[in-house]
Every structure is written in C-alpha cells, then in structure tokens.
Design a protein around this ligand. Structure first.
Ligand SMILES: Cc1cc2nc3c(=O)[nH]c(=O)nc-3n(C[C@H](O)[C@H](O)[C@H](O)COP(=O)(O)OP(=O)(O)OC[C@H]3O[C@@H](n4cnc5c(N)ncnc54)[C@H](O)[C@@H]3O)c2cc1C
Length: 393
C-alpha cells in the first residue's frame, strides 16, 4: 500500500522547508525529500538576509551567526562604510537553519526524507507519483523546490524556457585574526571592482568568532570573457584582501545560479516551482533566500486555497508577478548593465557618491530594497557633476 500525501515537496532548501512547515502546521499531510545524505547539506550559501525576514518567515533565531549593522560598498580605491544605528541584517548558519527547520516540520507532523533523490514524477488521473529509485510516493500536490540544477520541474512542463545564462559564486569561510578584516566586522560588504572581480562582485560577510564568508561571483556568464577560473579569482581576491596575513580555510563552497524575471510557466495542474527552481535570485545583492521564501509563502497560500475550493493555482503566478515590481525590474536592469558592461569609473563614482551623500539607512535601502531613486535623485546635481567628472577623467 503506497502512502498518499496532500503535498510532496522536492528539495529541503530553506524555501522548501518553509513550505513544508507552513503546510503541515495547517494540518495538511506533507512529505519533503532531499537527496543530501547529511541533513542540512549542501551548505553553500553566504546566507546574509535582511533582519525583517527572520521575523516575517519565522527563521530560527538559533541559526543566526552574526548581527549586522555595517554595510560597505567599496572598490579597490574607495570605501563607503556606513554604520547604522540598529541591526539591519543577519548572517545565518545556512546548514543549521535547514536542520532546525526540518525538525520543526517533523514537530508539525510532516515527514522529512533525507538521502532520497526524486528521479521521476508522473501525473496520473488524480495524483502525482514520485519515484526514488523504485520506491513510489503519491501526492495530490507537488512543489518543486529542488534548486537550480534539477530537471524535475522542466520535465513536468513548468519552469521551461526561462533560463538566462547561469551565474556562479564561490566562497570560503575563513578563520583569521588579521587586522585587515577589522573594518568588515559586523558587516555585509560588497566590492565592485573590475580588476578584483570582473563581471560580478566580491563579498566579505562577518560570520562571527573571527570567521568570515569571503567570495566572488560572476553574473550573466559570457565565455567570450575568457576569465581565470572562479577559484583563481577567489584566491587573487583573498591575496589582495589579506596580503600575507595568516588565515585558515574552514570550508569552501559554491554554486551556480540562474537569473531571470521571465517566468513563462510557474505552475501546471497541481504542481508548482518555488525558490531557485524558478530562479528567484536577484543579482544586485545575489540574494535568493528572501525571494525564495516569498515564493514559498505564495505557494502555501495558493495550495491551501485550492485544497479548499479547487479553483487552481493561478493565484500563485499572479503573486510572483506582483512581487517583481518596478524596483525589482530596475534592479535587474541595473545589474545587467553593471555586470555585463562593467566600468571602473562608474563603480568608483557610485561608491564615492554613497560615501559622501547618503546615510547608512539609505545605503541599506539600496542594497536590500533596490531603492535606486536615493542613489540617483537625492542630490541629482551632485550626481550629474560627479558623473561628468568621472567621464572626463
Ligand atoms: C555562493 C553563494 C552565496 C549566496 N549568498 C546568498 C546570501 O548571502 N543571501 C541570500 O539571500 N542568498 C544567497 N545565495 C542564494 C541562495 O542561497 C539561494 O537562492 C537559496 O538558498 C535557494 O534555495 P532553494 O531551496 O531554492 O535551492 P537550494 O538551496 O539549492 O535547495 C535545493 C535542494 O534540493 C535538493 N534536490 C535537488 N534535486 C533533488 C532531487 N531530484 N530530489 C531530492 N532533492 C533534490 C538539493 O539537495 C538541495 O538541498 C547565495 C548563493 C550562492 C551560490
């Protein structure tokens, strides 16, 4: 006799687990699968998030590694370092967040299956059949939360044709007592610099206890750029940052990312995609957790509604489209410009302008809320003059 579930979720990343926890807390019979043998793996993300996300999505407090009240935008020549009056973000322990959320799913009666790769999904008359090797599971709804690399959704006719060139990020967690990193304590820091990190940005996030998450990214990859390997770029960045100071690599991880806001098919019948499987990442800050959580919340609302009234999941697609408001679209446009046609002069100018004219709160609002009007219009004349100066330098 095959067990039948109301909802089967493929992928125990943060969005998948959020979905599983919320749906089981509402009384639905839920199962969530992950192919990772070790609960909470893969542990790949820097996991910096705005503070309000922890409260809004009930992210476990115990998974917070660092409180952040400093934001830095820098180039190799200029640093804009702004300390806010209050904590505005957190760096999470990515693996621990998932471990704790998985326990919470179980507390609400949901089933969590690690080490279970879903290799096939079929739609029968009334239900979906999910297969892991030859073991079959049945469910009324399926949520594809399997991230960037999985083909599950595509094979079922969702998430098709949405893929833009893959982006990559690679990161070390390092332990160091180097004084060079003192200015990065309690910070999330972005380095925009054509030499240090072409076609992307580098980052330094304080991870607490003299550990830092340090990485480099490349967005909208174009093989014609012929760049050194991402490993070499990370090594070079570390060398620039720490010179000859001693550090120990605690962990090394990375991953590929899809970026798009062209969602053609987010759901079909009673199956939908959330998180990175529909590419929710915003390249401006490389943030995907918050976006994934919003998609998970919209999925929960749509499934619960359909479970009761049977009117379908179209509300889900509408919510996602609404989420991608004007600010989002502008951030995608600007990201594409600055990462595909990077200009050191523009980077220097942006950092200089932010340093001189913006408050900490305004700098945070650019990073987290894509509030570009602050950047361009707070002192438009100054911005225009600086742009001219940079142009003629
Ligand atoms: C280096 C790096 C740094 C980042 N830093 C940040 C940051 O600071 N802040 C931020 O907000 N975002 C960051 N992101 C992005 C963010 O981590 C992701 O957008 C987010 O974690 C995506 O969650 P997800 O659950 O959709 O996908 P994933 O976290 O990839 O989870 C998918 C899960 O599905 C499982 N799976 C896949 N296929 C199957 C299958 N067939 N059967 C069973 N299980 C399967 C996988 O094992 C995995 O656990 C970063 C990304 C990278 C690469």
């Amino acid at each position: 006799m095959i067990d039948k579930y109301d909802v089967a979720i493929i992928g125990a990343g943060i969005p998948g687990l959020y979905c599983a926890r919320a749906l089981s807390s509402k009384g639905l019979k839920v199962i969530i699968f992950d192919k990772s043998k070790i609960p909470g793996n893969p542990n790949y993300s820097t996991a910096g998030i705005p503070k309000y996300v922890v409260d809004l999505f009930n992210i476990p407090q115990k998974a917070i590694n660092t409180e952040v009240d400093v934001m830095i935008y820098a180039t190799r020549n200029r640093v804009c370092r702004k300390k806010a009056d209050d904590v505005f973000g957190y760096v999470l322990d990515f693996k621990k967040t998932k471990e704790i959320m998985a326990k919470e799913v179980e507390k609400f009666g949901g089933v969590v299956r690690w080490d279970t790769n879903i290799d096939n999904v079929h739609r029968d008359l009334d239900d979906y059949s999910l297969f892991s090797n030859d073991v079959e599971y049945k469910s009324k709804y399926v949520v594809d939360a399997s991230g960037v690399s999985s083909q599950i959704g595509e094979n079922m006719g969702i998430e098709e044709n949405i893929k833009e060139p893959v982006s990559v990020g690679e990161e070390y967690i390092i332990y160091t007592k180097s004084k060079a990193l003192d200015i990065y304590k309690r910070s999330m820091s972005l380095i925009l610099d054509y030499v240090l990190c072409p076609y992307g940005y580098a980052w330094i996030f304080d991870n607490g206890n003299d550990t830092f998450k340090i990485g480099v990214s490349e967005f909208f990859i174009n093989p014609k750029h012929n760049l050194p390997s991402i490993d070499d770029r990370l090594e070079a960045f570390l060398k620039w940052l720490l010179k000859d100071d001693v550090y120990k690599i605690v962990e090394k991880h990375g991953g590929g990312k899809l970026i798009t806001d062209k969602y053609l098919q987010l759901y079909k019948d009673r199956m939908l995609g959330i998180g990175d499987s529909i590419s929710s990442l915003n390249p401006f800050w490389g943030e995907g957790i918050r976006q994934g959580l919003y998609s998970a919340e919209y999925a929960v609302t749509a499934i619960v509604q359909d479970y009761h009234d049977g009117n379908g999941l179209s509300g889900y697609a509408r919510q996602i489209k609404k989420y991608h408001d004007l600010n989002w679209k502008i951030s995608m446009f600007i990201s594409k410009q600055i990462y595909t046609r990077p200009s050191q002069r523009v980077f220097e100018m942006m950092v200089d302008y932010m340093d001189r004219y913006l408050t900490a709160e305004e700098v945070v609002s650019i990073g987290f809320y894509y509030s570009f009007k602050t950047l361009f219009f707070k002192r438009p004349l100054k911005f225009f003059m600086m742009a001219l100066k940079q142009f003629f330098q």
